[in-house]
Design a protein around this ligand. Structure first.
Ligand code: GDP
Ligand code: MG
Length: 720
């Protein structure tokens, strides 16, 4: 007895489904209606003689999409999920690839076993369209067979493929991405759908989530029927997203999702050089812009200019605000100094709270300007092009085009955060490429490192701040890529996978949208300063203050002070000098001071003294703390008398700091262990703590070696 294979033909109207159906089944057809609706249902049978397989074919109604707006679309998608054909043959009109593949994306999202029959090859050829079917197949992750349904050319090969696909194990699904906002919403609701097994016997959870965000009435109803309370949560989430998108880019989720599907298709057609038109391209406005913007030569040049422009904008325009805020905090410190009596409370407020949190908050203007610039790039659609252009380079280094976004989100342009960056690496399908991405995104200059870089660059390389920041970014990328290459050649050896990414159309950003995006991110930064950073700051202050001077040392300083009183000469200056020595000695014998001192034998090769070590240890918790801790360490050690100079000036004045030591310090900061929250995120994403610990150890060792190299070379060359 022969086995029966059940296949369905699906595709746009006029793609040639019925022609192929008739060609295959001839007279063996049955025409009826789908239950309850007036949509015609055509079924037929044919035989694949080589394998003696009977094939039952259903010709589904033609559609352009799989929404719930038309009966045809509902019939088609219900058939696919309820009847579960063994293979779905997507008939695609080769002469109209872009529009046809839009529907293909939705079959991919739906997770059905798919084969693309590229029909009307004859028409395409006549119009001068050449299609690289192998490339198309590789990029879409689906077999592609060229056919001419009208004369049956290519149909036997199509049948062979159907038979083999029906026996092959399911391929991993290509994931489409829909931009930061929608991807984030999906990340929130998909786990809920999985946890409560909402419709999971019918649809992939991600598809259901997407449909809820698209506000698909049928799915919303079904979800509500299955579990009203969770359903309501999901719908609320969808509404929040919808409101957010309307506020920021004045678009509905449906539109944004559709844009990204088209973007996905367009990038496949362009990037893979899948199609070549011999004459008169029909170009959309976005495509016209892309011709220039992603040009092989003009593109990268423009990208460098744009990024440099971003730095100039940020640093040249935010300077006066930074100075202004700095003055404000100095004033605040001065006021507290005169108002409060000396003692631990005053010390905590000045050294712990004002110097600590103030040091972080002082950078809010820079962060804000940077975020504004990035929002312009992101909202306009340019950022996606940056990723697109960088793909080739990424491949060379053993990463993937989909790694670009995580890199940028983590601070590839400066001012991101590695935590969402690590989460964004989920779109990578190859585990090894994903791991290499997870391990290298923390190298990027996140919003927490930015103030440290700004401080050090401002203190020691102040003449060309924008240029140095730009350079720091280049170095970061170079190092991240080289380390990725190294990891991919050693612990993460393996194949690389082809690249696809979404190129949404360009939009003119609205001022409202830009303001909201800028403010959201800035507020997150401020909130962090007011909570986590405040807590760690106070803890570190306590560690730097207690247990204080040992009794014998304290009496030694007392004796010195008494000695001054009976001496001649400048008594006041001598007293200040003694106060300072006592303060430094006190810091050194504090808990933190002991840790810093214990590390000195190792750290001095990189030019870090025990005070810097305290700050760096604090940075394991959060990178912002580096500034606040340096602030505290240098204000505690300085004696309260001259507490009103800025940290920048204090560092510049300190004899242990010089440009070489500063450079070594910068290198260490940029590359050492990810902050604690990122480490936890890596552990979660990698599914084990092994890689999280690896990233702490590996990065710290690597950063140390870099810093030592810089410090030793610089000192040798006599630049210190
Ligand atoms: P359906 O809407 O997908 O069922 O498409 P049909 O099968 O009705 O085909 C639409 C039109 O395209 C008909 O006029 C077909 O004759 C024509 N057609 C289908 N396949 C081919 C092909 O491979 N080459 C050419 N030149 N025409 C085709
Ligand atoms: Mg038809």
């Amino acid at each position: 007895m022969s086995e029966v294979l059940h296949i369905a033909f699906a595709g746009n109207p006029n793609a040639g489904k019925t022609t192929l159906f008739n060609h295959l089944t001839g007279a063996h057809q049955h025409v009826g209606n789908y239950p309850g609706v007036t949509v015609e249902k055509k079924e037929g049978v044919c035989t694949h003689s080589e394998t003696a397989t009977d094939i039952r074919v259903v010709d589904l109604p033609g559609t352009y999409s799989l929404t719930a707006y038309s009966v045809e679309e509902l019939v088609a998608r219900d058939y696919l999920v309820n009847e579960r054909p063994d293979v779905v043959v997507n008939i695609v009109d080769a002469s109209n690839l872009e529009r046809n593949l839009y529907l293909t994306c939705q079959f991919i999202e739906l997770g059905v076993p798919l084969v693309i029959a590229l029909n009307m090859i004859d028409v395409a050829e006549k119009r001068g369209i050449r299609i690289d079917t192998d490339k198309l197949s590789e990029l879409m992750g689906v077999p592609v067979l060229p056919i001419v349904a009208r004369n049956g050319k290519g149909v036997p090969e199509l049948l062979n493929t159907l038979i083999s696909v029906s026996h092959a194990p399911a391929r991993p699904q290509t994931l489409l991405r829909y931009g930061t906002d929608i991807d984030e919403a999906l990340r929130e609701i998909v786990p809920l759908i999985e946890e409560h097994k909402l419709l999971t016997d019918l649809y992939p959870a991600r598809w259901t989530g997407l449909k809820i965000l698209e506000n698909d009435q049928q799915i919303v109803d079904r979800v509500m029927l299955a579990n009203a309370s969770v359903g309501q949560k999901l719908i609320d989430c969808g509404e929040t997203l919808s409101q957010h998108l309307q506020d920021t880019i004045e678009a509905y989720p449906e539109t944004v999702i559709a844009d990204h599907r088209y973007g996905f298709v367009r990038s496949i057609l362009r990037l893979g050089e899948v199609t070549r038109l011999s004459d008169q391209d029909r170009l959309y406005a976005s495509d016209k812009i892309d011709k220039v913007v992603t040009d092989r030569f003009a593109g990268p040049l423009l990208m460098a200019l744009v990024l440099f422009g971003l730095y100039s904008f940020t640093f040249n325009w935010s300077g006066f605000l930074v100075d202004w805020l700095g003055t404000l905090f100095e004033l605040l410190g001065g006021t507290v100094d005169t108002l409060l009596p000396d003692g631990p409370l005053k010390s905590m407020i000045i050294s712990g709270v004002i110097d600590g949190v103030g040091g972080v908050l002082g950078f809010v203007p820079i962060i804000m300007f940077m975020f504004f610039g990035i929002a312009v790039l992101e909202d306009s659609g340019y950022l996606a092009r940056v990723a697109f252009m960088l793909d080739r380079i990424f491949h060379f280094f053993g990463l993937h085009g989909s790694s670009v976004m995580p890199f940028i989100i983590s601070g590839g342009i400066a001012g991101g955060c590695a935590v969402p960056g690590v989460l964004a690496a989920r779109t990578l399908r190859s585990p090894k490429e994903r791991m290499a991405t997870l391990l290298t995104v923390p190298f990027m200059n996140c919003g927490a490192k930015l103030p440290v870089l700004t401080l050090i660059i401002g203190a020691f390389f102040s003449t060309h701040q924008a240029k140095y920041m730009f350079l720091a970014t280049l170095v970061t990328w170079l190092v991240a890529l080289l380390v990725a290459k190294f990891l991919r050649m050693t612990v993460l050896k393996g194949e690389s996978t082809p690249f696809v990414m979404e190129l949404p159309p360009y939009r003119v950003p609205t001022l409202k949208g830009l303001s909201i995006h800028t403010w959201e991110r800035t507020w997150q930064y401020i909130k962090k300063a007011g909570t986590v950073i405040l807590g760690i700051s106070i803890l570190l202050w306590a560690m730097m203050t207690y247990p204080g001077l040992p009794a014998d040392k304290a009496s030694e300083f007392e004796a010195m002070r008494r000695g001054v009183a009976s001496s001649t000469g400048d008594q006041a200056a001598e007293l200040v000098r003694i106060d300072r020595l006592a303060a430094e000695e006190g810091l050194r014998s504090s808990f933190a001071g002991r840790i810093g001192t214990a590390l000195e034998p190792i750290s001095r090769y990189a030019g870090f003294d025990w005070r810097t070590n305290i700050a760096l240890v604090g940075g394991f918790a959060a990178k912002e703390v580096i500034i606040s801790t340096l602030g505290t360490a240098y204000s505690l050690g300085q004696g309260a008398a001259e507490d009103t100079t800025s940290l920048k000036d204090r560092l510049r004045a300190d004899r242990r700091w010089n440009p070489v030591a500063a450079l070594a310090f910068l290198f260490f900061i940029m590359f050492y262990s990810p902050c604690f929250v990122t480490v936890v995120a890596i552990a979660k994403e990698a599914g084990s703590w092994k890689w999280a610990f690896f990233s702490m150890g590996f990065n710290t060792l690597f950063a140390y070696l870099m810093a030592v190299a810089v410090f030793q070379a610089g000192t040798l060359l006599g630049m210190g």
